[in-house]
Design a protein around this ligand. Structure first.
Ligand SMILES: C[S@@+](CC[C@H](N)C(=O)[O-])C[C@H]1O[C@@H](n2cnc3c(N)ncnc32)[C@H](O)[C@@H]1O
Ligand code: SF4
Ligand code: SF4
Length: 345
């Protein structure tokens, strides 16, 4: 093991987690109640498990949730995006585009369903609607019994045809990231003139979903708060509350400080990362990360093409990472965690 260690104060004993913002505590979300009413006891039990595992370092036998990077790369080039940390000089994120192998996806879903997997996300960093066959992935997971299937998209490719495919495939939740109430702010953050089109796409999706008599996907819009858009939070909420199932006002994560953007003036009381205790992420090439963040290289935990997810989940490296999180002492191999955690302070 490397000799360099980084110490941060471990605050797991405090049991409370994450960010509490002094002024932006406005998340509005009744989607779980809707989904429990729709899907019944199994879904309720899964949400109860999620609540329990989200607060504990007790290890479960298999991740409850897996994030799949079905697409790497994007047709947008947002100022806030995590991809800027990896490609600070890039002028677009299309040239890095890669697609996840469907057979590998099926293998992991099949293993997961035998072992207690309840939920997946069909994107990580990247734009999932860049692949026209994304509904094939969702349909497979729905058909095999995954209870909760999440997607986040920029919404630019959410045509009526795609909306119909997503509804029919069984997608449970869709988030459309907007970050703005006006076109000028959208242009500054998402660097696109598409706001009107994206708004229309969202309304069309909701209309079609209701017309088809489907509750899913429940629709959320999100707003990542920075110095550039903080003045539009109230307008954003007022605009969307009558139409969507949920609104998420997100904290800006500014690790490595590669852009001029700053996070909204916030009060962070405590941050404990418990992702590696309940969740895993599979990268576009099948390698496995301990969380949905973007680090690769030394931060990889295994390769799903070569090992079972169960083996990676219980590997020595995953256990060393969990131990570091518990003690607050991070060796060189996990130094990205320190950057990640400190970027929240
Ligand atoms: C990385 S995107 C990928 C999916 C899709 N392309 C989208 O924009 O929704 C997933 C979510 O991360 C958010 N996000 C991106 N960069 C962020 C950052 N630096 N801090 C906080 N959230 C960020 C986006 O706003 C989006 O809601
Ligand atoms: S749309 Fe999503 S993945 Fe694409 S650049 Fe923006 S935040 Fe990143
Ligand atoms: S980088 Fe480390 S601290 Fe950050 S989310 Fe991933 S596992 Fe947690």
């Amino acid at each position: 093991m490397n000799a360099t260690w980084y110490n941060i104060q471990s605050n797991l004993e405090q049991k409370e987690m994450f960010v509490k913002d002094s002024t932006l505590n406005v998340n509005y979300d009744n989607t779980n109640q809707k989904l429990i009413a729709l899907k019944g006891d199994k879904f309720r039990e899964y949400r109860q498990k999620w609540e329990a595992t989200y607060k504990t370092t007790t290890l479960i036998d298999f991740p409850l949730h897996i994030d799949f990077e079905t697409v790497y790369g994007c047709n947008y080039h947002c100022a806030i995006c995590h991809l800027n940390y990896i490609y600070p000089q890039a002028t677009d994120f299309m040239s890095i585009k890669k697609l996840f192998d469907f057979n590998l996806f099926k293998k992991i879903i099949d293993e997961g369903l035998d072992n207690g997997l309840c939920a997946i996300t069909v994107n990580n960093v990247g734009e999932p609607l860049l692949r026209d066959d994304i509904d094939k992935f969702i349909y497979y997971a729905t058909d095999r019994g995954v209870l909760d299937i999440w997607m986040s998209t920029n919404g630019s490719l959410l045509s009526s045809e795609m909306a119909k495919k997503l509804i029919i495939s069984g997608l449970t939740r869709i988030n459309i990231s907007l970050d703005a109430a006006t076109e000028s702010t959208y242009l500054k953050i998402r660097k696109s003139k598409n706001l009107k089109k994206v708004i229309k796409n969202i309304h069309d999706l909701i209309e079609l979903r209701d017309k088809l008599g489907s509750v899913t996907p429940v629709v959320k819009v999100s707003f990542c708060v920075t110095n550039i858009n903080e003045h539009e939070v109230d307008e954003f909420i007022a605009l969307w509350k009558p139409h969507v199932d949920a609104i998420s006002i997100q904290q800006y994560w500014d690790a490595n400080k590669v852009t001029d953007l700053t996070a909204h003036n916030r009060v962070i009381e405590k941050f404990n990362c418990l992702e590696p205790f309940h969740r895993l992420a599979i990268n576009v090439d099948g390698t496995v990360s301990p969380c949905c963040l973007i680090w690769r290289d030394g931060f990889l935990m295994g390769d799903a093409k070569e090992s079972s997810i169960h083996d990676v989940w219980h590997s020595d490296k995953m256990n060393r990472l969990r131990q570091s999180i518990i003690t607050g002492e991070f060796p060189e191999e996990f130094h990205k965690c320190v950057e990640c955690i400190e970027s929240r302070f």
